[in-house]
Design a binder for this molecule. Structure first.
Ligand SMILES: [Zn+2]
Length: 472
């Protein structure tokens, strides 16, 4: 099987082939840092974390860049309200961003460019676009992109130019040649943060920063460009225009877009979770109640392109379902410690089939939902073997090693990994001590050890082939 990606640009699933053998250059639009991230952001961040992890799992060397928009109207507005500088405000929310993605078990991107520290190459790109005749300055110091100069605008969102015509008020004083044209550079207004440019003091438009950062850090054309599907138009369409104006070629070969997180609105209908609708749940609040594995499982148990309903009941369901996998995982740990030693051959076909199921699902446009289904089948099969007493200590070890492989991609299993040496050692002392007490018929002390261990989160069980313990 080869990896296939549902490419928004072509509307079809295509076999993935990187530009450069063995390497993937990947960019995902980041957040505007004026508030804590909400679960809608969290979904996109976890989805692309898993995309990146799976590409690495397949052996690709991945360079993953995601940006911080730290210069923006909302940031300036919020900073003015609080009487602090725009960059101090964004710095504060970049810190909370990292705290929040840690609580989602997300691995750090390779590079996190910020608009404020990218000005030299943003300005260079604007200048190049102007020089090539694709953009023009207006009297207030802004620079507008001539949308009609690049053929094929709307190819990502399948819109015609008429459908994209802005419906809002058009201010003739802006000096725009065409209502479709958008600002790639904004002339400074009094009291706003600004940078010197060939067109006077100003700051970049939102779309240009991604084009400039991609070109600077990853090159003229990248393998994968990702983001939420609310960014397809106009943001990604405009990124394409800007980049093609200077490179003459495509910006990205595969465009991936995750579906929106939705919550129930006041009228009972589902609506997109967003800051503007004020119907969002912050990641930090959800993470205070649910562990990172549960949140990841909740996101990954639905295909990334589909809409996903959010409510606390959905999180509780996710926790319960994931609990079944964790039980199997911990039973396997107990078996790997205390089971009878022997040939692992009988479990190998089960592992092989689960591994193939996982790979086939992930290769099918990162279908994490189907991949998780194959893990549940694996759990059922190994549970059956354990209840029949036919899984050996070595077989359980092999099953755990398989879980370790797939969890490097999904990140939904307990953190302790294969074993924790210190608790392993202490627990085996307690198990032996308890066995000894039982031999001596000191059942009250043996029971006390069992009860206290349970309070501390470990269960001790007696079985035909000796005593076992596991985390509960
Ligand atoms: Zn972007």
């Amino acid at each position: 099987m080869t990896l296939r990606i549902d490419n928004t640009l072509t509307g079809s699933k295509e076999a993935f082939a990187p530009i450069e053998e063995g390497k993937v250059r990947m960019y995902v639009c980041g957040v505007t840092v004026y508030d804590d991230i909400h679960m809608g952001h969290g979904r996109s961040i976890v989805v692309f974390d898993v995309v990146r992890r799976y590409l690495q799992h397949l052996g690709y060397e991945v360079t993953f860049v995601t940006n911080f928009t730290d210069v923006d109207d909302k940031i300036i507005g919020r900073a003015n309200e609080r009487g602090i500088s725009a960059l101090d405000l964004s710095e504060e929310y970049i810190e909370t961003y990292f705290r929040d993605i840690d609580s989602l078990g997300v691995r750090r991107a390779d590079i996190y460019p910020r608009a404020s520290t990218s000005m030299p190459y943003i300005i260079d790109m604007v200048r190049e676009i102007v020089d090539r005749g694709y953009a023009y300055p207006v009297p207030d110091g802004s620079v507008y992109f001539r949308v009609r100069r690049v053929p094929g605008y709307g190819r990502l969102s399948n819109r015609t130019l008429d459908e994209m015509r802005p419906t809002g008020r058009i201010d003739p004083a802006e000096g725009k040649e065409d209502p479709l044209d958008f600002a790639i550079w904004k002339g400074a207004k009094p009291g706003e943060i600004s940078w010197a440019s060939p067109w006077g003091e100003g700051r970049p438009g939102w779309h240009i920063e991604c084009s400039a950062m991609i070109r600077h850090f990853l090159g003229d054309v990248i393998d994968i460009h990702g983001g939420g599907n609310d960014l397809v138009f106009p943001h990604h369409e405009n990124e394409i225009l800007q980049t093609e104006a200077v490179t003459g070629g495509v910006l990205a070969r595969y465009w991936m877009h995750n579906g929106m997180l939705e919550t129930k609105g006041e009228d009972g209908s589902m609506e997109k979770m967003s800051k503007s609708l004020r119907n969002f749940f912050k990641v930090k609040d959800v993470a205070a109640k649910f562990d990172k594995q549960t949140i990841r499982f909740y996101f990954l148990n639905t295909h990334y392109r589909s809409p996903l309903a959010y409510g606390e009941e959905n999180m509780v369901e996710a926790k319960n379902a994931l609990g079944r996998l964790w039980n199997n995982y911990r039973d396997l740990q107990a078996c790997a410690r205390g089971g009878a030693s022997g040939d692992p051959d009988n479990v190998l076909p089960i592992i092989d089939s689960a591994r193939k199921g996982f790979a086939a699902s992930m290769d099918d446009d990162f279908n994490t939902c189907a991949a998780i289904e194959s893990l549940f089948a694996f759990a059922r099969d190994t549970n059956r073997m354990m209840s029949e007493g036919v899984l050996t200590r070595e077989g359980a070890g092999a099953a755990l090693a398989f879980y370790g492989e797939v969890d490097g991609v999904l990140g939904i299993l307990p953190d302790e990994g294969g074993s924790d040496d210190s608790s392993d050692a202490v627990m085996s002392i307690l198990v032996d001590l308890r066995q000894e007490l039982r031999k001596r018929r000191q059942y009250d002390l043996a029971d006390m050890i069992r009860d206290r261990a349970r309070e501390a989160g470990y269960s001790l069980e007696d079985s035909a082939d000796g005593a076992k313990w596991k985390k509960i």
